[in-house]
Design a protein around this ligand. Structure first.
Ligand code: ING
Length: 312
């Protein structure tokens, strides 16, 4: 038996601050149409795919940036994407800034949705690992204020049975933390979709070369896929946003850790890979048969400690 899905990684080039959400959606619809022509049944878009990466800017009053958030998903701006999904029978992952009114409070998250091949929202994820800093930092060559504009996600790392497999999601910095993949793998995940917006330069280490960022992105995604016997699609918003460069390097990775497809540009670019979800079974039943091999009695520090406790 095989459970083949042809996956499209819909990398986006830059979204300038002045660009409208409608324009970004039109670009994503065009990529979904190309994915349809190429026989894809699932498409992964980037993190914060509707707007420029606004956490690079500091504003005194964060409500000034309310225009960058979505109150519901789908909504009139994104509906064309959901309509194409249902028309073509293509599921998708979409990253966006979420504004939620919950328990009488206004909350802000860096979120993503998983949409099935009927265009229905199957699940939502809220980014757990927020990188950067929570207030203006004059020492940095540019700001990375995700801790200022978002709060940590409160859903954990759920997975969903959909499209004949077990799917999970995460976002950008989450891919650098092995716990992200492992919590989903302990639920049987077979395909993890993630989008990212990763600056090409290090605001705290100017001498760091651009290819170092691509190397670390590949390293974390390939390791996450292999060590957890799952496919991972890691898809960028790339290129130069108002003078701020973001890496490309979108990849689709097999549970063996091998890269099946890689973007070559920093523009709107569709990469594709034929993924047989049954390819995860061998790894889950042998080298990464968690029930047979893991020894959680020795892992307690991982959940009991946040930071490092040095030896005497
Ligand atoms: N961006 C970056 C990322 O994790 C970053 C921030 C880059 C942190 C490099 C550490 C090193 O890819 C987002 N949006 O998380």
């Amino acid at each position: 038996m095989s459970r083949v899905i042809k996956v499209g990684g819909a990398q986006l080039g830059p979204i300038q601050r002045a660009e409208s959400k409608e324009s970004a959606v039109a670009r994503m619809v065009a990529l979904m149409e190309q994915a349809h022509r190429e026989g894809c049944t699932f498409v992964v878009f980037p993190e914060l795919a509707l707007t420029t990466f606004f956490p690079r800017y500091y504003v005194e009053d964060p409500t000034e940036f309310a225009k960058f958030y979505e109150r519901e998903m789908p909504n009139p701006v994104t509906r064309p994407l959901f309509e194409k999904s249902a028309e073509y029978g293509i599921g998708f992952y979409l990253g966006f800034a979420e504004l939620a009114e919950e328990d009488g409070k206004t909350r802000h998250f860096n979120s993503s949705v998983l949409v099935d091949q009927s265009g229905r929202v199957v699940g939502k994820y809220r980014k757990v690992h927020l990188p950067g800093h929570g207030e203006f930092d004059p020492e940095r060559s540019f700001q990375h204020l995700e801790k200022y504009y978002f709060e940590p996600g409160d859903y954990g790392f759920p997975v969903w049975r959909s499209m004949d497999g077990i799917f999970g999601m995460c976002l950008c910095n989450d891919r650098r933390w092995p716990e992200t993949y492992r919590v989903m793998a302990l639920q049987g995940v077979e395909f993890i979709a993630l989008g990212y917006n990763t600056p090409s330069v290090n605001s705290q280490r100017p001498e760091e070369r651009g290819d170092e960022r691509i190397f670390h992105s590949d390293l974390t995604v390939q390791a996450g896929a292999y060590q957890n016997a799952t496919f991972v699609a890691a898809i960028a918003k790339a290129g130069n946003e108002d003078g701020n460069p973001l890496i490309g390097g979108s990849i689709i990775v097999h549970p063996s850790g091998r890269v099946l497809a890689r973007a070559e540009t920093e523009e709107d670019e569709l990469i594709t890979a034929v993924c047989d979800l049954d390819d995860t079974i061998f790894y889950k039943q042998t080298i990464f048969d968690f029930a047979r091999h893991r020894r959680p009695e020795h892992y307690t520090r991982i959940v009991e400690q946040t930071g490092v406790i040095l030896p005497d």
